[in-house]
Every structure is written in structure tokens, then in C-alpha cells.
Design a binder for this molecule. Structure first.
Ligand code: G6P
Length: 608
């Protein structure tokens, strides 16, 4: 996830794109840059590693009268967050400049061909191939060159391009990454989302996948892949500036929950092919992985709950003994670990959690193979592990982690299937599971449509002061995560427990004022969990359940049910957790809490 913006009009472009970039910073903020077209002096480029504020500081005192500019704020995917990898990227002669959001999947092959043709690269990004391709195809008209270049790309993109050899023009295109055109009076803006254009105009055209737009001061022309011109309607944005940053959602937490389907797609992109899992990030250590006999997963918070599922995946699918340790415990334990042939998976959204980092360093000292499952590219955990997988979930702003959890679970599942090959898992079994995984984003989409029911349930729930979350096997980590979400954002006391263990203590608390949230999909332990729920009902405890659509057994025992679509039982956590995140969100709202910034919590805990 990155933010892109471009301006063409009569006003000085630099302050406009800088202001827009700040509004897009939530999409990524590890580096920023801009290119301003200047009539006589050629394009002016400024880039920094760091935030938009730093870019702005760099430009203080610069005279930049240009009225055409493109700009970018980055969330690194390929290449460390450094100045050389910051966008815009230029061609060999620094005449064409381009900013990109997305991932070019065939960048390695294209890069090799372009280098063979004499192009010189100056960054480690996948993006740079696009600008060299445009250079290669340039015959005097920028839109023709961009159109030709796009035909050779595989992957996702929103791009904005300008060229000193075809001045007074911006060409933009979209494929699976958001892009819109803001239409002002005598001026146009292109941006990743509405928040970046609202200060200038409320009238926009949403650019669709496969479309390209050529913008001059005189007007714009939208074309599709066949170069046919499209007539598009102007849409009036109904949001205020502040609402727009959240994509129209009232809170980042809700926005991030709603991103679940794309998040699952992103973490799988390019990794699931023809019934197989390909993980480029683990290739460098594939020989060592072949000999792994034991796996330790370490993490804190929500990432720890993802790790608990990882343990099940590695054991059930790959047949490799696995265990989970709180990072804070792992580092102080003198457990007799057979460190040879042990792989440590460090799971961290931020890649900066102090305990997780310390555990990772301890594992390295002991000679373990270390693997990171990290969302923030270039973060410390990502840098210090031997190999790893990025989640590609995009920036998570809400302090309570939601979409990152989904992506961590999928990343762990992919890693387990990857390791299972040639071990415990047959080809057909892998294929079936992957086919079911591919259907998960749509299943989450259908779940998100049930939000009204969840909101209604939240209203019934909000007056309680305690709650017990129960689940077994796959649903046990989900119950822990559901309880964590609820306490984080609503300050309602909630405990996650194994449904069977519940009768060894917590059942003493149960009465009509102590509700239970049961995670009970139709899986191999469903009947057992149902028996545990009978024990709750016998003590008049209210029961709210997450169950598979059409499960009469559960609805006859529960006071309220949220249904999830049927799926492969291993994948049920990916569906069960979404309504629990929404439930926590709506209970938090009903109780008047600041769900995006809960009291006492921090997004990244960099102290022990
Ligand atoms: C904090 C955050 C949690 C997060 C945990 C671990 O407590 O509030 O949302 O799960 O840290 O963070 P990490 O970045 O390592 O996943």
C-alpha cells in the first residue's frame, strides 16, 4: 500500500501535492518523494527516506514554479525503505518519471531484459522496470508509450507518469490498486483516494481496472486496454476531508476489518499457483528448511494468537513438532532446546516489538534458523531474520490489530503447506486446501454484509461487564483473539478459554449476568464444544455463538447466533474471527470508547 498523487493545472503544484501526500500518509510513510515539471530546467526530483514532513523540510527555500507534479508516499514492498528506493523513479535520462502503488510480479524477468538492452537501474524496486519500459517504448507520445509498457506487466498497479519530452501531460493507469481523477476548475488531480483531492475538488471520476487516463490542462481522456475512449460520469464525494482519510469509514478499525478480503488476496498473491505454494522469501534457506525437525513460534499480543494457529498448521499439515512461546518468556527460559534443525518463526505486525526482537536475537545466538512473518517491510525483525514472508496487509493504523491477524494466519498456513511438501501432506490434500483458501476472500465479503446483525447483537451485549470466549482446537486461538479484541476496544472484561477447560474454574462465574461467546463451527470438535455449551446453559449463562450457517444444533442452544459460511475446517478461524472483530468494534462504539486509540495501549510496544 502506497499513496500516489499528481497535479496538473494553473497553480504551483508543489504545495498542493505535498498537502495531498500528508493526507495519504496513512497508506505508508517510510519514504516520500515528488517530481515537478519545470519548463526550462527539466524535471526537479526530491526524495527522502522518512515521512512527508521530511520531504517538505528538504524543499524549504526551493523555487519550484512548476504546475505539473507527481508525488508518492511509500509503504515498502520490494527494496528497503531508503532514498534510492523512494518514488518517483526516473528512466535512464531522468526525462520520464513515475510513481507506483502495487506489485509488479514479473519484474525480475523484465529487469533482466531491460538491463540486457542497456538500461541502467538505480533502485531495488519492482517499480523501476515500468519507467524503463516506458522509456523503451517512447516514440514522442507518452500515453502510447505507457499503453505499450502496460501490456508487458503482470501484477497490480496504480501509476502516474510524466515526461519532459511530452510536457504538460500526466498519464495514469490502474489495475487492482485504487486510483481516481479529481476534476477541479481548470485543474486536475490524480490520487489513490479521495482524501488527497478533497481540498481542491469534490468532483471525481473513479478509474477502473484496465483503464488509462491522459490528462492535460485542457481536459482528460479515459481509454481501456483496446484504446477505446470511455465516457465516464463525474461523481460528487459526499465525505468531509477527515472522513475521506478513512475511506468513508467512521474509524480505522472498521476500515481495516473491511479490508479483510483484499488482505487475504494480497498475502496469497503470486504465492499460490496451480495447487502449489511458492514462497520466494524462503528460497534462500530451503536446504536448511528441508532438515527442520522442530519449530518454535514466538510473538506477543494478537500475533501470539496467530502463532497458536501456526503451531496447529505445522503439526497437522507438515507433521513437524511445533510449540509456541511468548517472546517475553522464550528469552528468559533455559529450556533444553535442540537448536540444530530447529526453526524459529518470529511473528510481528510491526517488526519492532521489543520482546519479539529479543527472542529472535536469542534464537540466533543459539544457532537456530530464524524466519520472520512481518507486515512492516524493512522493520528490525524483517532485517534480522535469516528469511521470511511479508504479510502485505498495508499499514494498520487502528491500535487493535485486525487485518494483520488475518494475513498472519494465511502466511503461516502458506508456510506450513510449503514445508509439508514431501513430508506429511499429499498433493491432493494441498490442492483441496488451497482451493478452499482461494474462496475465503469472497466468504469474508459475504460475512461483512451481515454487519447489521452483528451491530444488533452488540447492542444486546454492551451492558454486560464480563464475558467468556470459548473454543476448541482451531477455534481456541480465535476465542482468545475475540476476547482480546473485546477488552482492548470496549474495556469490558473478557477471558478467552478452552471450552473444555472452562469447567475447571470459570464455570463458577457463570450466571444470567455472565455471557459466553462460543466459537463453534461445524468441525471435528463441534459436538464436544456443544456439550460444553450445555453446561453453560444449565447455569443460565447467556450464549452467543459463531456457528456454521444452518447449524440448528447451535441455534437451539444459543441466545444469538452469527453464521459463517461453510469452509475447510482448518480455514474456519479466518471466517470466525471477522464477526468477533466487528462485535468488539460495535460493543466498543456502543460503550462510547475510542476504538482506534484505546486507553493505555500502543500500536508498537518497543519496551520489554
Ligand atoms: C501491541 C499491539 C497489538 C499487537 C502487539 C504485538 O500490544 O497493540 O495489537 O498484537 O503489540 O505487536 P506486533 O507488532 O509484534 O505484532
Amino acid at each position: 500500500m502506497c499513496g500516489i498523487v499528481a497535479y496538473i493545472g494553473k497553480r504551483e503544484a508543489t504545495p498542493i501535492v505535498l498537502d495531498s501526500l500528508k493526507r495519504l500518509e496513512y497508506r505508508g510513510y517510510d519514504s516520500a518523494g515528488l517530481t515537478v515539471e519545470q519548463e526550462k530546467r527539466g524535471p526537479f526530483v526530491a526524495r527522502v527516506a522518512g515521512r512527508v514532513g521530511k520531504l517538505e523540510a528538504k524543499l524549504v527555500g526551493a523555487t519550484l514554479p512548476g504546475t505539473v507534479a507527481i508525488a508518492h508516499t511509500r509503504w515498502a514492498t520490494h527494496g528497503a525503505p531508503s532514498e534510492r528506493n523512494a518514488h518517483p523513479h526516473g528512466d535512464c535520462r531522468a526525462r520520464i518519471h513515475l510513481a507506483h502503488n502495487g506489485i509488479i510480479e514479473n519484474h525480475a524477468a523484465l529487469r533482466a531484459t531491460l538491463i540486457a538492452n542497456g538500461h541502467r537501474f538505480s533502485s531495488d524496486t519492482d517499480t523501476e522496470v515500468i519507467v524503463h519500459l516506458v522509456e523503451e517504448r517512447f516514440r514522442g507520445t507518452l500515453e502510447d508509450a505507457v499503453e505499450a509498457a502496460l501490456r508487458e506487466l503482470r501484477g497490480t498497479w496504480a501509476i502516474v507518469v510524466l515526461s519532459a519530452d511530452d510536457p504538460g501531460k500526466i498519464v495514469a493507469a490502474r489495475n487492482s490498486s485504487p486510483l481516481l481523477l479529481g476534476v477541479g476548475s481548470g485543474e486536475y488531480l490524480l490520487a489513490s483516494d479521495a482524501s488527497a483531492v478533497l481540498a481542491s475538488t469534490k468532483k471525481v471520476v473513479y478509474i477502473e481496472d484496465g483503464e488509462m487516463v491522459t490528462v492535460t490542462r485542457e481536459g482528460f481522456r479515459i481509454t481501456n486496454v483496446d484504446d477505446a475512449e470511455l465516457r465516464r460520469r463525474l461523481v460528487e464525494i459526499p465525505w468531509t476531508l477527515q472522513e475521506a482519510e478513512k475511506g468513508g469509514h467512521p474509524h480505522f478499525m472498521r476500515k481495516e476489518i473491511s479490508e479483510g478480503p483484499e488482505v487475504v488476496e494480497n498475502v496469497m498473491r503470486g504465492r499460490v499457483r496451480g495447487g502449489e505454494v511458492k514462497l520466494g522469501g524462503l528460497e534462500t534457506v530451503s536446504k536448511r528448511l528441508d532438515h527442520v525437525e522442530r519449530i518454535v513460534l514466538t510473538a506477543m499480543g494478537t500475533s501470539y494468537h496467530a502463532a497458536l494457529l501456526g503451531e496447529l498448521f505445522f503439526e497437522e499439515l507438515a507433521g513437524i513438532p511445533a510449540e509456541v512461546e511468548y517472546a517475553a518468556e522464550f528469552r528468559y527460559k533455559r529450556a533444553p532446546l535442540a537448536t540444530r534443525n530447529t526453526a524459529l518463526f518470529a511473528i510481528s505486525q510491526s517488526g519492532e516489538t521489543a520482546d519479539t526482537l529479543a527472542a529472535l536475537r536469542e534464537a540466533k545466538r543459539k544457532g537456530m534458523l530464524t524466519i520472520g512473518i512481518v507486515n512492516v517491510v524493512g522493520s528490525t525483525v524483517a532485517r534480522e531474520t535469516d528469511a521470511g514472508l511479508y504479510n502485505y496487509a498495508g499499514p494498520e493504523i487502528g491500535v487493535a490489530s485486525t487485518k494483520a491477524f488475518l494475513s498472519q494466519v494465511v502466511a503461516l498456513l502458506l508456510a506450513a503447506i510449503f514445508l509439508a511438501r514431501g513430508r506429511a501432506m499429499g498433493e491432493r490434500e494441498a490442492q483441496e486446501l488451497l482451493e478452499a483458501l482461494i474462496r475465503i476472500p469472497d466468504a469474508i465479503r459475504s460475512l461483512l454484509k451481515e454487519e447489521n446483525e452483528i451491530r444488533a447483537l452488540a447492542k444486546r451485549f454492551a451492558h454486560y461487564e464480563n464475558a467468556l470466549f470459548l473454543g476448541r482446537k482451531w477455534s481456541y486461538p480465535v476465542a482468545l483473539e475475540g476476547a482480546l479484541k473485546l477488552k482492548e476496544v470496549s474495556y469490558l472484561h473478557a477471558e478467552g478459554y478452552n471450552a473444555a477447560e472452562m469447567k475447571h474454574g470459570p464455570i463458577a462465574m457463570i450466571d444470567e449476568r455472565f455471557p459466553t461467546v462460543a466459537v463453534v463451527p461445524d468441525d471435528s470438535v463441534r459436538d464436544k464444544t456443544l456439550s460444553n455449551l450445555e453446561e453453560i446453559r444449565a447455569r443460565n449463562g447467556p450464549i452467543f455463538a459463531i456457528a456454521t450457517r444452518g447449524d440448528r444444533g447451535v441455534s437451539s442452544i444459543a441466545d444469538g447466533v452469527i453464521s459463517i459460511p461453510r469452509t475447510h475446517e482448518i480455514l474456519s478461524p479466518l471466517l470466525a474471527v471477522v464477526p468477533l472483530q466487528l462485535l468488539a468494534y460495535h460493543i466498543g462504539i456502543a460503550r462510547g470508547c475510542d476504538v482506534d486509540k484505546p486507553r493505555n495501549l500502543a500500536k508498537s510496544v518497543t519496551v520489554e
